[in-house]
Design a protein. Structure first.
Ligand SMILES: *Cc1c(COP(=O)(O)O)cnc(C)c1O
Length: 463
């Protein structure tokens, strides 16, 4: 009798079960809410073209409307409705250490009481210029500007002035900001003469921009043959990251260096994305090629608006006031931005790059594994170098913009939405990079890969 009683007492009553459930952390909301973002978007659209300050943010290419960000920290974005996202956009590149890394936040806070803009030089500019030159030795001298666009635009003006030539050679699919000279369509196939990629670019100016094929030295040679002694500069992203990540084939960058030397043209590396990301010395360090001129931006400002161009001292001697090539900026060398940049560059340790590589490699491996398990591997191409990667909905291989353009945009769009509704934010456009930061955790990766699995099923469900 006693034993039975005991046993009965020991039997688990139903009440505590409920208690345990209650004590568990609140479950993440399943359904993404957008009411507040939608309200902000309606107001934004009334006063701003497309409701945004930069077109890709509009979500137009994935047939949706944007969320509005409330705050960001580390690897996480929180939107106006309180939805949280693991963020792989990272402001399109600046945040190598995630949002608001302590060192950068502290530097900005410390600089703030000293003023926000002077119209006179300050110590922080000197200190950042010295660091840039040390990390990127080909940049013997540096001019700070406020964006990557300005950097590329100014570098081209300098190249034209120094060589006394007007033509610029760029590659289809490479982006160098929105200055007129660079807004030239990726001429399909053999198009050699520039066609304005945007209304408002004078046809005569567009003609001064020639378009070659990335990874195709023959297309470069052909343009030099067609325009002998007229090309001022070869502008290239040493790793293309604005048509999705496309790596240079072995010998491509070396070939550009040789052609530029032979033709007495300048070689401009646009390292606005790759600078400080692939290595402390950027892609030029990784591939061992010395460009004449380099553009920087994004990471350089630690999340504040900074760009820079620089290069050989004899070339930079042409920039005003040392020389006649005019270029100026009210907010250039801005003390808050310089302080953020210094803190950023001082955080670029070997351990940081090791962590970036580890995290990005793990993400790549995981994404490939999921694709293989679902039987979709042969419909996808994943390109990665260091902490930037792109999943192309395209069997590949992908070496240039024509390859890129064969991708399945509808499948990408479904994948994008599949990720978004599961709390993973990638750029709302098929041909962008995913940016991995040191702030991305193992948990972030797990969540991402879980979302990737479901999103990939959805991407191909109708494809
Ligand atoms: C982002 C980018 C630019 C333009 O920089 P902004 O700061 O947006 O003007 C130029 N070149 C490359 C390679 C870029 O990725």
């Amino acid at each position: 009798m006693a034993a039975r009683k005991l046993r009965r007492k020991a039997a688990p009553p139903p009440a505590p079960k409920k208690k345990v459930k209650k004590a568990a952390p609140p479950r993440r909301r399943r359904v993404r809410r957008t009411a507040e973002s939608d309200r902000l978007y309606a107001r934004a659209k009334a006063k701003m073209p497309g409701g945004v300050s930069s077109p890709v943010r509009s979500f137009k290419s994935v047939g949706a409307t944007p969320f509005f960000v409330k705050k960001a920290k580390g690897s996480v974005l929180v939107d106006a409705d309180g939805n949280r996202y693991v963020d792989y956009v990272m402001s399109y590149g600046p945040h190598l250490f995630g949002h608001m890394p302590k060192a950068v936040a502290t530097a900005i806070r410390k600089a703030l009481p000293h003023g926000t803009s002077y119209g006179a030089p300050c110590r922080a500019e000197v200190e950042l210029a010295e660091r840039v030159s040390r990390l990127v030795p080909s940049m013997e001298k540096v001019r700070f500007v406020s964006s990557g666009t300005e950097a590329a635009m100014s570098a081209v003006r300098l190249a034209r002035a120094v060589t006394g030539r007007d033509l610029v050679l760029k590659f289809a699919g490479c982006y160098h900001g929105h200055a007129d000279s660079f807004l030239v369509a990726a001429g399909s196939g053999v198009a050699t003469l520039g066609i304005p990629g945007s209304p408002g670019v004078p046809a005569d100016l567009a003609k001064a921009t020639l378009t070659a094929t990335y990874n195709d030295l023959a297309s470069v040679e052909a343009l030099f043959k067609q325009y002998p002694g007229q090309i001022a500069v070869i502008a290239v992203e040493p790793v293309a990251a604005n048509m999705g990540v496309v790596l240079p084939k072995p010998g491509f960058l070396e070939g550009l260096r040789k052609i530029a030397d032979r033709e007495k043209a300048l070689l401009l590396f646009d390292e606005v994305i790759t600078g400080f990301r692939l290595a402390r010395g950027g892609a030029q360090e990784v591939f061992g090629i010395q460009p004449d001129l380099t553009c920087l931006g994004k990471i350089l400002g630690g999340g504040l608006p900074v760009g820079a161009y620089g290069g050989r001292a004899d070339l930079m001697a042409h920039v005003a006031p040392d020389g006649p090539v005019y270029q100026a900026g009210t907010l250039s060398g801005n003390p808050l931005a310089m302080a953020a940049g210094i803190a950023m560059l001082d955080s670029l340790t070997p351990a940081a790059y090791a962590k970036l590589e580890r995290t990005a490699a793990r993400l790549e491996k995981g994404m490939r594994k999921v694709a293989t398990e679902l039987g979709f591997a042969d419909r996808l191409t994943l390109n990665r170098i260091g902490s930037i990667l792109t999943l192309f909905f395209n069997p590949g291989p992908i070496a240039d913009f024509d390859d890129v353009k064969k991708s399945d945009g509808a499948a990408f769009s479904r994948w994008f939405h599949g990720l978004l509704k599961r709390g993973v934010f990638i750029a709302p456009a098929a041909f962008e990079a995913m940016f991995v930061s040191t702030a991305h955790t193992e948990k972030d990766l797990e969540r991402t890969l879980k979302a990737h699995r479901e999103a990939l099923k959805e991407a191909f469900a109708q494809g």
